[in-house]
Design a protein around this ligand. Structure first.
Ligand code: CP3
Length: 355
């Protein structure tokens, strides 16, 4: 990319590529789970049915995706959808229970269950997702991030049947029937690849793979049972030439391995200071994070200091996208997040000079 093309990139896409900004350019910021949850304007239009019904309504989903962009002035939008949409659309029998998360009628437990995971045809199975993406590509003033659940995190829901703290069934299958585990991961990787490609082809300009629960694994288990499949997902979307973000929670010990999966950007939760995270990934990888989402409940001066601490530790490195270490919590006061955005935009530097 030449200098003129680089200078014309929106701040979010520039940071994903680690391209330095000028002295006046801002550090980009967006929030995981910015759409929905804490926003009163979301609650007033969301309705009371399953989130999967809301996602099937493109006008509604596009509006929900845009709400946080209007309210916070964030530098990127994330598609309003869910990581279980592809498996639900092919009829695996998944719903999302309010306040709980994904629940599965008949969890995955044996080889015959592979039959319930046929390939995804996005045009036929999730046309509403593609329509939402097309509306947003026309109307959004900032880049749209498409996403998919990583094979491991989606597998954990299919096997446990509900959110889990221990992942005992998942680990039992992984170690007890390794051949079946890898077949399941291959199917889920295929779903992620096809879904991501369709989102990009319809107008998303970056993608994030959520391996939210990968931090439950030891590095050797991650490397053996998960990494090859996530690597394949990243490799099979590489030709689309959009920035690829790889995110998980509690992944301090996995950051190097996650970077090796092929991402351009690695997400960092709040447990690892961002300057320490830098020492764990190659220098050409950008970082996304990492304000503790729970701190949004502290007094403003504490939040401001913690925000500044992230900026200071990043020391002006152009490869930084400011975010929370995980998603916005439902009870968060949106005005706090508005102030975080303002502070990052006013004080953050991306020209290689420390803030
Ligand atoms: O900003 C955004 O939130 C964009 C849309 C989005 C949703 N889910 C909408 C949603 C995204 C990117 C996701 C991804 C997702 N879904 C992840 C990975 C991100 C992460 O936080 O780690 C995971 C693990 C899921 C599975 C899932 N879906 C959970 C654990 C829950 C929580 C249940 C709850 O009520 O909080 C959901 C439901 C869900 N997905 C909601 C939203 C806005 C809330 C419920 C609703 O509004 O009906």
């Amino acid at each position: 990319m030449n200098d003129a093309a680089a200078a014309a990139l929106p701040p979010f896409l520039r940071a994903c590529r680690g391209i330095p900004g000028g002295p006046g350019d801002r550090v980009p910021i967006w929030f995981m789970r910015q759409a929905g949850r804490s926003l009163p304007e979301y609650r007033s239009i969301r309705g009371s049915g399953s989130i999967l019904d809301a996602i099937a309504d493109p006008e509604l989903s596009a509006e929900i995706t845009m709400q946080p962009v209007r309210r916070y002035g964030v530098d990127a939008a994330i598609l309003y959808s869910d990581i279980v949409v592809p498996v639900a659309a092919i009829g695996f029998g998944v719903d999302v229970a309010p306040g709980i998360g994904p629940v599965v009628e008949q969890p995955f437990s044996r080889a015959a269950d592979l039959e319930r995971l046929r390939p995804l045809d996005p045009e036929a199975d999730t046309p509403y997702v593609l329509e939402t993406v097309r509306i947003l590509a026309r109307e959004l003033p900032v880049p749209l991030i498409g996403f998919a659940g990583a094979p491991f995190t989606v597998a954990s829901y299919l096997i446990e049947g509900q959110p889990s703290r221990t992942y005992t069934r998942t680990k039992a299958l992984m170690h007890g029937d390794t051949a079946l585990w890898h077949k399941l991961m291959e199917r889920l990787a295929d779903l992620a690849i096809v879904s991501l490609r369709s989102q990009i082809e319809n107008g998303a300009v970056a993608l994030q793979i959520f391996d939210s629960w990968a931090g439950a694994l030891s590095p050797p288990d991650y490397e053996k049972f998960v990494l090859p499949h996530s690597q394949r997902v990243f490799a099979e979307v590489a030709d689309l030439n959009v920035p690829r973000i790889h995110f998980g929670v509690g992944t301090g010990e996995l950051l190097g391995l996650m970077a090796s999966a092929g991402a351009d950007v690695v997400g960092v939760d709040w447990r690892v200071p961002i300057d320490v995270a830098r020492t764990r990934v190659p220098a050409n990888i950008a970082l996304q994070g990492n304000l503790d989402p729970a701190l949004a409940f502290a007094p403003w001066d504490v939040v401001a200091e913690a925000t500044r601490d992230v900026l200071r530790r990043n020391a002006g490195n152009p490869g930084h996208i400011f975010n929370l270490g995980h998603g916005v919590m439902p009870e968060t006061d949106p005005t706090i997040l508005e102030r975080v955005v303002e502070l990052v935009h006013n004080e953050g530097r991306c020209d290689g000079v420390a803030s």
